[in-house]
Design a protein around this ligand. Sequence first.
Ligand code: DHB
Length: 493
Amino acid sequence: MKKTTPALIAASLAFGLAACSSPKTGTAQNGDLDFAKQTSTKQSAEVNGQTVRYRAFEGIVYVKNPADAKYETINIYVPEAYYAGGSIEGYTADTAPIFFPNQIGGYMPAEAGKPGLDKRNNNQPNAMLVALSKGYVVASAGARGRTAANGKAPAAIVDLKAAVRYLKANDRAMPGDAGKIISNGTSAGGALSALLGATGNSKDYEGHLKALGAADAPDDIFAVSAYCPITDLDHADMAYEWQFNGVNDYKKMNVTMLDYNVKRELVPGTLTAAEIKLSNQLKPLYPAYINSLKLKDAQGRLLTLDKNGNGSFKNHVAGLLAASAQKQLDAGKNLNDRNWLTIKNGKVTAVDFDKYAKAAGRQKTPPAFDAVDLSAGENQLFGTATVDKQHFTDFSMQHNTAEGATLADAQTVKIMNPLNYIGSSEAKAPKHWRIRVGTNDRDTSLAVSAVLAAKLQNHGHSVDYFLPWDVPHSGDYDLDELFAWMKQVAAAK
Ligand code: DHB
């Protein structure tokens, strides 16, 4: 793929002129999707004792008719070396992959990200800054979120797609290879990263993209990184009870969040009789769902559940935990305090999944995502411009306790779930996927990412899926490994 030297020189010249005339950050005029007209500032930061220099193109509105120009903007950062014909770690202005991290958390509105220090991670350089140090072009798009009337599903995924279209439409004018866009996100952002990958070029989003005036370009991407994706929302309630049924004490995470400034409080409690009943009703719904997917493991064995929720799929999820524990044992760690593991001669020989669930602890009350009283964040995600919160599963609609509650339309629920697209000819999904969910993550069932990974693998995608030991609901904690993976997949076809 890609570009001509003259376009780059022209872009470079345009920068020089613009930088002289305007020292401030370039802001796009609405309606102009031409990157060549953008101005930039020169910025630098320290990464591991090295100064990383880059040009910053910030606050670019990436659609012609923004519904919310505060969020529908993209920040683009280019290593300075690429303006002098240089290379970094083997990448050049023409070949550098584009790292595309979103900042979305809790399905809330998210502004475009900036390189800097990660306050959730000991003030280490964040993924964007590390990416620049390793020669990636970085493009971080903001997206609308559930608290706004115009940010309901599918707004955030439509926005990310529009941003990808902007990058593809401007591939010639911009350093970086828009044929090598690698998406990254955590939690709701991980779900949207996966959805972005799974639904490449799908017609299902076309009307929404047209309404925003998205650039006329494809929106398929090259690779997906997803940390703890809160996905498959329409089956996540039953998945949660499949895992946590019988665990009646909980520590509920009360999350208030705006623009990724997250405040989390753990509120302890015990399920009420009504909630236990809901759990008992939800759990037996999961086997039929799992069995309908006809998933297979790496050896080609069918992953199924019996009516009690036991079977090869459960053993498969337990096996993921065993693999994580084994890595700890191989590194010399003592795991004798984990009552759910059986260890013989330094080898994990059995995982008691029910004991694991109890030890991990319940964090959500049933139904975990489509709350019967519409109190979950996801209820607000599936609202409309005029109805703030809705149900999105038949189960919770039938068990509704809120006054006048309504059900989201089926098409909106469909286009928020990547599983509806993987393996379908309606979309172009990338070959390369990396999925990480910590063994201490209780925000959704481990089954959710296991299903996503298995479905991808079953359809020929290459999936690097692992559950890092004792890691809670979080992302970007293993940047060395993330970037090693990115380098390897970017070199592959
Ligand atoms: C997030 C966490 C959740 O538990 C959830 O239901 C949705 C989103 C998050 O951290 O993004």
